[in-house]
Design a protein around this ligand. Structure first.
Ligand SMILES: C[S@@+](CC[C@H](N)C(=O)[O-])C[C@H]1O[C@@H](n2cnc3c(N)ncnc32)[C@H](O)[C@@H]1O
Length: 217
């Protein structure tokens, strides 16, 4: 995404901190481009669980992928900021943002995104959420997860330090509960009948981020 588009999206948000965050995220984090590439031309609705301020929806629309987008987040401040940004971008008819916990997924079936969310839930809720996300996939849908994985690496420790500051600064209202291993994510997805692919996705960031892609057989 070019600098002009990043600036345009950042300016949809009121708060200076959010604007800086949006610019940095869009410039340095490959997760939105990776998600757009996986979704391709799919016209299925997209359920974005833990959508934050709705950046994935903004990114997809800026790249010309107009699809039905439903974002859910349990932080009402993020939903308010995301809705305002969608209105300002003239996207309120395609971007729907709702205040909800990941435990209460609406009856939407299509593609599902779960980007940097799982580690804010305890282990048993992670497994339940993965099963529930799998049930929201359409037959040709794709479940796209990005998450930090628990490993003995400097990247993992760098991620834990970042998470400490994200929580201490109030940017994320809940502290990390459990950092999953690759197998903890793979097992419930395979048990739900999905083919699973896991690969590193940290771009130029120092974090231990992985992309987990799961599709029905
Ligand atoms: C690091 S942010 C990622 C935001 C977004 N997915 C993105 O990548 O741009 C994690 C988000 O997960 C949300 N979250 C954490 N636990 C949640 C839960 N139980 N239900 C809904 N949202 C949750 C947080 O409020 C936060 O907005």
């Amino acid at each position: 995404m070019d600098r002009r588009s990043r600036k345009r999206i950042a300016n949809l948000y009121d708060n200076l901190l959010q604007r800086g965050y949006v610019r940095g995220k869009l410039a340095g984090d490959p997760v939105y481009a990776a998600t757009a590439a996986l979704l391709g031309e799919s016209s299925l609705p997209l359920l974005d669980i833990g959508c934050g301020i709705g950046l994935l929806g903004q990114y997809l629309n800026a790249q010309g992928h107009v699809r039905r987008y439903l974002g859910l987040d349990h932080d009402p401040r993020k939903i308010t900021a995301g809705r305002l940004a969608a209105q300002r971008a003239g996207l309120d008819d395609v971007m729907n943002l709702q205040h909800a916990d990941a435990a209460e997924l609406p009856p939407v079936y299509g593609n599902v995104a779960l980007l940097d969310v799982l580690h804010y839930l305890p282990a048993r809720r992670q497994s339940a959420l993965l099963q529930s996300a799998a049930r929201h996939l359409a037959p040709r849908g794709c479940l796209i997860i990005r998450n930090v994985l628990r490993e003995e690496s400097w990247r993992f420790h760098a991620t834990r330090i970042e998470e400490f500051f994200l929580h201490a600064s109030g940017w994320i209202s809940v502290a990390p509960q459990h950092y999953p291993s690759a197998n903890e994510l793979r097992a419930p997805l395979e048990n739900a009948g999905l083919d699973v692919r896991i690969e590193p996705l940290h771009g130029h960031t120092p974090f231990n981020s992985y992309l987990i892609v799961a599709r029905p057989h």
